[in-house]
Design a protein around this ligand. Structure first.
Ligand code: ADP
Ligand code: ZN
Length: 729
């Protein structure tokens, strides 16, 4: 048994989030501290946050060891969390302090909470009652003794805040000070459950039974978009809440979480806690602390929510588990889906991976019996899957510089006549991907990255999609200085907007692309507006492929279905298949059947044929065969080593040196490929090369990689990042 409490004067080993590769000894002070306590400790001239990780080593003169400054007033980090961070660090070959940083991403953790005004039922009867006042009082009595902020209360009652203020004056509503870190309102697992279909009910019961085992397990919940997966996993969430354990739902596209939050509220009577980049600092802090003390039952969040200090985690749902945004590509390189499974295994929690188009990894885990599989075979209710067809672009009659084929145009015209919506899908932001000088052939590129600048006409600027740098659109070619020769080449969604407006001048057209909005809120509002049916033709990027329901949408036209098939990435087929199925699934949700049309130059391509046939099993089987033959994930293991620095020569030199000294890898039978320019060869002025390492599934890859990379001291401005399970290979 490890020591659980340290008395005054005893030495403790503290992990800080500072870049040090060891624990630091401190003396416990008056009152002592628990194992896992969050503490403030002196480090040089600074005070830093740390966690008591165990007994101190006592390597130094006891009298010189400094003391803990204070123990923070937050729940100590639990054993499971320390185990999780340690194992996640080992798996991703990330220093433990970087993991701790991920786990403490809330501002002012140890500070006393600030106060704010909240409102609850007062003890006076108002002498004059109005309809609006009645609503407010009803809300308050419905929710018993609960208090709300002014905005919450006014929103819930559907009245202006002056009504509440008026009631305060009369004493019918009490205004009191409360700490900002209030517990979240209790959710009611039996509040708004829907009547489930037979298939849904069976799925929900299977998940509930798994939860009741109180053990770890993972289930892949597969079903086409609209089959009712969300309803099924919300039943698992309900069961988790009944058991008094905490639940977490991870979503890939947090900008779209508004609709989801409303669904949760409809199901459980109250909104859940949210954790993502759009949440204010005060609310983040509240969420972190309440999760830690068990006063938040359900959290809906982005991948980093997995690092919240759950007290009693019982269930994690990873919605759209195949989504690439679960992989963090900056800083600590981790895949939230895989880390979820790790965390759940440590916590004895259940995992539900939901998707219409599961990743090959999850598919393989089902095959090997590691995950269970649940499938919803058809769409909920009368809606049926859209009819899929290809438009062979080799035979369509289209002038240069235009992209909407006559076939697609006719289909859209028919929908407009019937008052239905169409979606024109192109996975490319901006106006045109290339800005070319017709005089010298120069293509405008980013000064810092190995990428073209993309014209954004809406912003009236050129933008680099790698580093975000923008510059005004020049009048003359930056290369040959010819005037008026720069022209847009290729389509982006903004340009599609232009073409569609020309074709359908009377139609109401909306372009949906993440860069067209000043804020996530503006984007959300626009999406909701469109969903209500105020638009005839939606033109959108990947953003619309994810999660949102457009009940009036019956036609999806994909402008360039071949886009994702270019390049040599072994995952290209999987990605294209997933994206096309996902986009097509947007059509025909309600009682009206949908149709999806794919414009392609290669209708006989295996992937395109599989998409059209909708034969997922066959596609995955074929894809699995190829991956197995190539010995790549999920049938083999891969890691990428990315080296970067200001000089391309130096970076390559280091890459070559690494490739030569590969003994630690050869010992485990692994192969090294490269160095080659990384998928993004230059970012923000830094040159990047990548080495890929391929090993057998069972090989002790991390250990060998650590030994291999450890042979080199990085000089000057060179950096090395290890990427276990890279997204592209
Ligand atoms: P998925 O998550 O598989 O895309 P959803 O759970 O979002 O599917 O369901 C699609 C639509 O059908 C939603 O509007 C949802 O509210 C509705 N729906 C699903 N199951 C039921 C049910 N049992 N009763 C009523 N409506 C349902
Ligand atoms: Zn750039």
């Amino acid at each position: 048994m490890s020591q659980e409490f340290f008395h005054e004067g005893e030495l403790v080993a503290v992990l800080t989030a500072q870049p040090l590769d060891r624990f630091l000894d401190y003396k416990a002070t008056e009152g002592g501290c628990h194992l896992g306590a969050f503490v403030e400790v002196p480090l040089g001239p600074r005070k830093v946050l740390g966690v008591v990780w165990g007994p101190g080593k006592g390597d130094f003169d006891y009298n010189k060891v400094r003391s803990v400054i204070r123990v923070l007033d937050v729940a100590p980090m639990r054993d499971e969390m320390r185990t999780f961070l340690t194992r996640a660090a080992d798996y991703t070959l990330t220093p433990l302090h970087a993991m701790l940083r991920l786990a403490t991403r809330a501002p002012g953790l140890g500070d006393a909470p600030s106060m704010r005004k909240v409102y609850r039922l007062g003890d006076q009867e108002p002498d004059r009652i109005t309809a609006a006042r009645t609503k407010v009082l009803e809300v308050l009595s419905d929710y018993g003794g609960l208090s709300f902020t002014l905005k919450e209360l006014a929103d819930m009652a559907g009245v202006g805040s002056s009504v509440v203020k008026g009631l305060v004056k009369l004493g019918a509503v009490a205004e009191v000070d409360a700490p900002r870190d209030m517990p979240y309102p209790m959710l009611d697992p039996d509040y708004g459950g829907k009547e489930l279909s037979v298939g849904q009910a069976a799925g929900a019961e299977a998940l509930r039974a798994d939860l009741r085992t109180d053990k770890y397990g993972t289930t892949l919940l597969k079903g086409v978009t609209g089959s009712g997966k969300t309803e099924v996993y919300l039943e698992a969430v309900a069961e988790c809440l009944r058991m008094g354990r905490q639940a977490l739902v991870l979503l890939p596209e947090i900008a779209l979480s508004g609709e989801f939050i409303n669904r949760v509220e409809a199901r459980f009577g109250m909104k859940p806690a949210e954790w993502h980049s759009g949440v204010t600092m005060t609310e983040r802090r509240r969420c972190w602390r309440m999760v830690g003390q068990g006063d938040a039952q359900l959290i809906v969040g982005a991948r980093s929510a997995l690092f919240l200090p759950f007290q009693n985690l019982g269930l994690v749902v990873v919605d759209e588990e195949h989504d690439t945004s679960y992989k963090q590509e900056d800083g600590v390189l981790y895949n939230a889906r895989d880390m979820t499974v790790l965390r759940a295994a440590i916590n004895g929690a259940q995992v539900v991976l939901a998707s219409a188009t599961p990743s090959l990894e999850s598919w393989a885990n089902v095959e090997q019996g590691k995950y269970k599989r649940l499938e919803l075979k058809s769409r909920y209710g009368p809606a049926i899957m859209p009819k899929m067809s290809a438009i062979d672009m080799r035979v369509e009659d289209l002038p240069g510089g235009k992209w909407v084929s006559p076939t697609l145009r006719n289909a859209i015209a028919q929908r407009i006549e019937k008052g239905e919506q169409s979606l024109v899908f192109l996975n490319r932001r901006g106006y045109a991907p290339i800005t070319l000088c017709r005089a010298c052939g120069h293509q405008i590129a980013c000064d810092h990255c190995d990428a073209r600048m993309v014209e954004h006409r809406f912003l009236k600027r050129l933008m680099c999609h790698q580093c975000g740098e923008t510059k005004p659109m020049p009048n003359v070619c930056p290369h040959c200085e010819a005037e008026d020769k720069l022209s847009a080449v290729g389509p982006g969604v903004e340009r599609m907007g232009e073409e569609i407006t020309e074709l359908f001048p009377d139609a109401r057209v909306a372009v949906l692309s993440s860069d067209l909005y000043g804020s996530a809120r503006a984007m959300k509002a626009h999406i909701e507006e469109i969903a209500k049916g105020g638009t005839d033709i939606i033109i959108g990027t990947q953003l619309v492929a994810k999660g949102h329901n457009f009940p009036y949408l019956t036609l999806v036209g994909v402008i360039d279905a071949d886009l994702g098939l270019q390049g040599s990435d072994l995952r290209a087929a999987e990605r294209t298949f997933q994206l096309m199925r996902q986009v097509a699934g947007r059509a025909g949700r309600a009682e009206t059947p949908g149709e999806a049309m794919l414009q392609t130059y290669q209708p006989e391509h295996g992937v395109i044929r599989a998409i059209l046939a909708g034969d997922e099993e066959a596609f995955w089987a074929a894809e699995a065969g190829e991956r197995r033959a190539a010995g790549v994930p999920p049938y083999g293991r891969m890691a990428g080593i990315i080296l970067s620095g200001p000089s391309a020569e130096e970076v390559f030199e280091l890459g070559n040196a690494l490739a030569r000294q590969d003994l630690p890898l050869r010992k485990i039978g692994a192969q090294v490929f490269g160095p080659a320019p990384a998928p993004i060869a230059r970012v923000r002025g830094r040159h990047r090369v990548r080495l890929l390492v391929k090993a057998e599934k069972s090989a002790p890859l991390q250990q060998a990689l650590a030994e291999w990379a450890g042979q080199f001291r990085l000089r000057g401005d060179l950096r090395m990042a290890i990427d276990i399970d890279p997204q592209s290979f």
